[in-house]
Design a binder for this molecule. Sequence first.
Ligand SMILES: [Zn+2]
Length: 374
Amino acid sequence: MFEDSEHLLGALYYRGRSRGVPIPRIRKLETMVWEERWHPLRREWVIVSSHRNDRPWRGETVDEGRDTDVPYDADCYLCPRNVRISGKTNPDYRSVYVFDNDHPCVGPDSPAVPEPAPSVYQSRRADGMARVVCYTPRHDLTLAELPQPEIVRLLETFREQYLELGDRPEVRYVLAFENKGEVVGVSNPHPHAQIYATNFVFRTIETEIQASTEHLAEHGRPLFRDVIDAEESDGRRVVVQQGSALSFVPYFARYPYETYIAPRETHASVAEVSADELSDLAEVLRRTLVRMDNLWRMSFPYVMVLHQAPTDGARYDGFHFHIQVHPPLRKPGLLKYLGGPEIGAGNFLNDTAPEQKAAELRAVPETHYRAVRA
Ligand SMILES: [Zn+2]
């Protein structure tokens, strides 16, 4: 299964028996690169971690939306009591379980940069910390199927990680995210998120900070607060409202079904959200994800990201913590492909109306289809 996972220079990846035609395989080149490289045209850091090409991969084919029915999988490196690739054994955990990623893209073991980058280039150590957050010992569940108290516990874990990792001197940003579904490259169906605590602030967050700071200075109100007001006064794109939290497909959505989940009040991070707000936020997140799963009666793939302020010690007044969900599918089995405008030039074409997509999510029931079937 891992026969082709050599480190290859130049991102070339040959499969030896493609269509019966023998393709010469490039033999292993010992050019391991693990560092950060500055992209001078986009003005952002790229993490180069070629050693991660060897990490375990369970998503051999793209077969999105497949449900898993076994609560424990002896071959899963995230299930309780199982041995991971590093030789470490998972404890018999009963709730959320966090551990250091065995294949970190950033970390304390990253090597010193061997030589100064040539010419206009810049590089530096890929310092930081990468962790894995298992939501539950249950291999067969997804975030949408967890009871609300377990989602509260997960959000509390993200808070603890934000504070702990953000306190490290080398860490400027704590990025918590979940890639869900083989179609977005997840290598194991066991419900889990990842945390990249990096020595730089991610580009999208930087842009959000700049927009939020300028809006606050100009209008005296947080930008995201005005976005929420606009969504609630229009109402057509709101998906779920409960107490102090809501979810909506934003007016400016780039993906079909792109959805934001947020507390109404402005807090720079999950660390500043009160217990009552966290409870509402967890329930809105749960109800929103159930609606996504029920839409096509399949496990809905997505990329979910927590947008929080950096942890570099500066003040970020006006930055509004929220969760973004970016689903890659337009219809079952039909990807929204990223092409010239998106990949090549950075601006999105959305072929769907956000108002229509929000209406579809509102039209489905809030009892998860697998709970009904059970
Ligand atoms: Zn598992």
